[in-house]
Design a protein around this ligand. Sequence first.
Ligand code: UDP
Length: 323
Amino acid sequence: MNVLVTGGAGYIGSVTVERLIEKGYKVFVVDSLENGHIEAVHPEAEFFQCNIGAQNELDRIIKSCQIEAILHFAAYALVGESMENPGKYFQNNVFNAHKLIQAAVENKIKKFILSSTCATYGEPSQVPIPENHPTNPTNPYGESKLMLEKVLKWYHKCHGLEYVALRYFNACGASPNYGEDHEIETHLIPIILEVACGQRELIKIFGDDYPTADGTCIRDYIHIIDLADAHILALDVKGSKTYNLGTGKGYSVKEVIDCVEQVTGRKIKTKLDQRRSGDPAQLVAVSETIKNELGWKPIYNMEKIIQSAWKWKLTNPKGYNKN
Ligand code: UDP
């Protein structure tokens, strides 16, 4: 099967491309390289440097490469930035992505897989969060993804485009070849690992007065290989579906720090800081739906997640092409 992966030079996209190629798919990657890394594009994938908003160019690629399915990862994904510059998020994550969806409809693409997010739920009234929990995003990033889910819902109804929206919880970890390398790092695990290898003095803990056992926020951390494999299963779904992608088990910020100390054998210096605006106390998925319907099963626990990310960090201390 010929598949197009947008954002295939990014963190989650690159590992999904790797898994797709291992499973025998013919993979074509579209990435603007604004945030992606050319070094993260699998050598067996055919690469096009192109923005998802370039509808004519995408149309040409879809036709000439005989694309049958699209996995759409290319998006901006920083909650804080989306609060400062919402237009950037609606322009790219909705308006440009809509052009990609139009190209998909016009070319009768069989399946469209959307990288969505638990940020579509907003502050949960129930944890773990089931897929039928009300959606009420608290930031433009989550709203932009929810808007795209709604576009897909109507395009399914009106044009028959089949889609699967995967609402990720906290993606983390690395494959042996591809890992996390963001220009500005804001995520918990990579920041703790920077402390572990002496690139940063300490990790700030954003609040310890949440209503959780140790007072720090709880998240559902899911390894990117488990995440990537769910996308591949989603390609075979009949009809359109929306699934949570989490493990169903939550870890607090302090538990993650403890696990990094255990795995790396290094002491992590911490400093208590203020709560980060917009952070819900707990985000944990009800992950039964995709397990029951697609037979998906996450393999990586927290220890394995940290081991894989630490290995990648030691091999690529400054990320791609900066060693
Ligand atoms: N966090 C923290 N210090 C940091 C970065 C993150 O305490 O330097 C906390 C953050 O408040 C959240 C959790 O770690 O509760 C996970 O944050 P991350 O940014 O990795 O993912 P998010 O849940 O925001 O998508």
